[in-house]
Design a protein around this ligand. Structure first.
Ligand SMILES: C[S@@+](CC[C@H](N)C(=O)[O-])C[C@H]1O[C@@H](n2cnc3c(N)ncnc32)[C@H](O)[C@@H]1O
Length: 197
């Protein structure tokens, strides 16, 4: 059995072409995307947060798994990159795009908790981790990828990843699972309320 998804979102080819034109190489891979779609589909009417929109590949997968009542907030620092996603999904009322630094956004956000948080940039993962985890609702899922070693990793990044995994696995308020699959994932599910909720 190979593990590549058989179905991809209709919008993905156009987003890939736009990413190539823009020289953007950080989009999630298809297996990660298929996991995002599946997790989104487990939450009818769910609230979903993506940190790091890129050109919208992860957004496309999330939207493909969401039902009509689900809502996605996706935050990106680089407005030019996010513009690709905004244009692609401008007629989809389920997604709200935020152009902001993810760390500042996490510090200021005072709204409802999320059923799924895909933390795909520095804030919410290597910085502001507590804040991102505090936004995960009871029974909700926190997902990170890019945990398996890559040739382009900056000096010291492997140690940062190991510290992050340890920190997540030592938390008493989450159950975690490591998946050495695709780019390497950790999935964590909130099992006890955070101080916030
Ligand atoms: C791995 S890419 C996101 C890919 C996207 N989630 C996907 O699944 O295709 C990381 C993104 O985070 C953005 N980024 C970098 N620093 C950021 C910050 N401080 N706040 C928000 N976004 C940031 C980058 O511009 C980049 O587009």
């Amino acid at each position: 059995m190979d593990d590549m998804p058989r179905r991809i979102p209709d919008s993905l080819p156009a987003l890939r072409a736009a990413a190539r034109r823009a020289g953007f190489t950080l989009s999630c891979e298809e297996r990660t995307g298929s996991l995002l779609a599946l997790l989104a589909a487990t939450r009818p009417g769910g609230r979903i947060l993506e940190l790091g929109t890129g050109v919208g590949a992860g957004t496309a997968w999330l939207l493909s798994g969401m039902d009509a009542a689900s809502r996605l907030v996706t935050v990106e620092l680089d407005e030019a990159v996010q513009k690709v996603a905004r244009e692609q999904f401008r007629s989809d009322p389920r997604v709200a795009f935020v152009a902001a630094d993810g760390g500042a956004w996490l510090e200021e956000y005072e709204g409802e908790a999320f059923d799924l948080v895909f933390a795909d940039t520095w804030p919410g993962k290597f910085t502001h981790l507590d804040r991102a985890l505090a936004l995960v609702a009871p029974g909700g899922t926190y997902l990170i990828d890019d945990l398996l070693p890559q040739p382009g990793w900056p000096e010291g990044h492997g140690a940062s990843v190991r510290r992050l995994l340890t920190e997540l696995e030592e938390r008493a308020d989450f159950r975690t699972v490591r998946m050495a699959w695709a780019s390497g994932h950790l999935m964590a599910v909130r099992t006890a309320p955070s101080g916030r909720w």
